[in-house]
Design a protein. Structure first.
Length: 102
């Protein structure tokens, strides 16, 4: 009997929400990024309050929070220069969820 798989193969549905918040500096077109255990990634959050708290660590005034879809966040991460290689969900900063984009 054939069965249709109804869950994601990679399990991304379990790790990343459909909508995320990223930090953006419009004047320089920079985004908030983070390094965890030698891996660099675009920082993202499931809620705006967490993104705002993270922005306080960044020494760049004028950062904004942007709500984006998971796919949009992936594209932003891909467009970042190396060494950024991932999208990082930092809701638990000591245990980020990492999705590699390259």
């Amino acid at each position: 009997m054939n069965q249709t798989q109804t869950t994601s193969l990679m399990g991304l549905d379990d790790l990343f929400p459909e909508f995320l918040y990223v930090l953006h500096h419009p004047a320089s077109n920079r985004y908030g990024c983070f390094q965890y255990e030698g891996i660099h990634g675009l920082a993202c959050f499931s809620n705006e309050a967490a993104a705002v708290r993270f922005a306080e660590w960044i020494d760049l005034s004028g950062m904004t929070t942007n709500e984006v879809t998971f796919d949009q966040a992936r594209e932003v991460a891909k467009d970042r220069p190396l060494p950024v290689v991932s999208l990082m969900l930092l809701d638990t900063i000591n245990n980020p969820k990492i999705h590699f984009v390259r």
